[in-house]
Write a protein that binds this ligand. Structure first.
Ligand code: HEM
Length: 397
């Protein structure tokens, strides 16, 4: 590893490439946890933190490590600053505006019955005895349809939801500020804004517990621009993760027959879920802006630096997990960081647990108990920011 050190700053790496981090980041993170847990990586333009203690420390200290990045392309892509990029009171107010849609009571009373129906319908249309790609045939559309209900826009199609989600993600990551990409974002924003305006009218007349409905009907509503941008953050952040988590879990189970058998026999679906998101965290990294000169592990971290907390690496940290690179639903229970930490902790955590561990996994394997990977060697995981298998061909039996 080509590392050069200055006396106080963290070492600088000039060799790690984004391509390597996209293709196979875990061996790199394992090396960094051992040799350079605080490392400035030139290709990424950020200081990478790979130890669980450090990633948690940063997210738990929003005063020192802000989510507000004034130069984020996300602002341009979403046409407004979203709650993910705000701090303190402002963040709490916007997160609080959506919160009623995510309460345990509403998940149980409103979303669980709808999600169960959606799962039944989507699993029932899978053809028995054939090879299908679970990415396109189930995981993507299921995540999209569930989200339309939670957000209060059931008139949006699965295809549009998945397309918008990808465009927003690409736009938020458009660090090259490519015009063509932002033009696509503009088009998608126009489509979404028109749909939200029409749906808001309906929610004013017939309120329900969906995120859009509770926001437009609040006594002291947040501005429309923020209602729209926060619904968009949920579209950008609420499809990929459950989709990739489902595919990762199915792959983990099907490639470990003893675990698969035990899960079916003893109903270990929550264990399968938690281990899947720990094993390959669907959101691998989160950045924070340093607001004051500080230190991490004795290295000077200057104000204005951006630290990248690698929760994917935290979830494999040897301090907490033995053989963290292996999928093992029998491993001792241990909290993980796949849903983040601190004030920006994933708002959809319980929704995701419910829809996958309680509903989809038991239903899918009840219908196809002998499901098998069509070609285990052909499954490729990819992604630096978001990670999962790009396809998952299985034989359905
Ligand atoms: C397995 C599934 C999921 C995983 C692993 C996951 C992971 C995460 C992580 C790591 C963050 C924190 C990002 C940061 O600290 O910068 C986050 C934030 C968020 N997630 Fe999830 N997510 C999942 C599903 C969902 C779902 C289904 C929704 C539903 C809408 C959702 C909505 C959100 C929102 C709104 C935020 C922003 C919270 C804030 O900034 O206060 N997520 N998610």
């Amino acid at each position: 590893m080509a590392i050069t050190t200055d006396t106080r700053l963290a070492p600088l790496d000039e060799q790690i490439t984004i391509r390597q981090l996209t293709d196979d980041p875990y061996p790199i993170y394992a090396r960094l946890r051992r040799e350079a847990p605080v490392l400035r990586v030139k290709s990424v333009g950020r200081t990478l933190l790979t130890k669980a203690e450090d990633t948690k420390y940063v997210k738990d200290n929003p005063g020192l490590f802000s989510s507000d990045d004034p130069n984020t392309p996300m602002k341009r892509a979403f046409r407004a600053h979203t709650l993910m990029r705000k701090d303190g009171e402002e963040h709490a107010r916007e997160r609080g505006a959506m919160a009623p849609a995510f309460t345990g009571r509403n998940i149980k009373q409103c979303w669980e019955p709808i999600y169960t129906k959606v799962a039944e319908e989507y699993v029932a249309r899978l053809p028995r005895g054939e090879t299908v790609d679970l990415f396109t045939a189930l995981a993507g559309p299921f995540a999209a349809r569930c989200l339309t209900h939670l957000l209060g826009i059931p008139e949006a199609s699965d295809e549009d939801m998945q397309r918008w989600s990808q465009i927003l993600i690409d736009g938020a990551g458009n660090f090259g500020w490519t015009d063509a990409l932002f033009a696509e974002c503009d088009k998608a924003n126009d489509e979404m804004d028109a749909l939200f305006i029409a749906a808001a009218e309906r929610h004013r007349a017939e309120p329900n517990q969906s995120a859009l409905s509770v926001m437009v009907n609040a006594e002291d509503p947040i501005p429309q621009s923020q209602i729209h941008s926060n619904i968009k953050i949920a579209i950008g952040g609420g499809i990929n993760e459950p989709r990739d988590a489902l595919l990762t879990i199915v792959y983990g189970l099907l490639s470990n027959p003893d675990q698969f058998e035990a899960a079916k026999r003893d109903g270990l679906w929550m264990e399968a879920f938690e281990e899947g998101v720990r094993w390959v965290a669907p959101i691998q990294v989160s950045s924070r802006l340093v607001t004051e000169d500080t230190e991490i592990r004795g290295f000077h971290i200057p104000k204005g630096d951006t630290v990248m907390t690698i929760q994917a690496s935290a979830c494999h940290d040897e301090d907490l997990y033995e053989d963290g690179h292996l999928y093992n639903i029998f491993r001792p229970k241990q909290p993980h960081q796949a849903f983040g930490n601190g004030p920006h902790f994933c708002q959809g955590t319980h929704v995701a647990r419910r829809m996958l561990a309680n509903i989809m996994l038991p239903m899918l394997f009840d219908r196809f108990p002998d499901m098998a990977l069509a070609d285990a060697d052909a499954v490729r995981f990819t992604g630096f920011g978001f990670r999962g298998p790009r396809s998952l061909p299985v034989v359905l039996n």
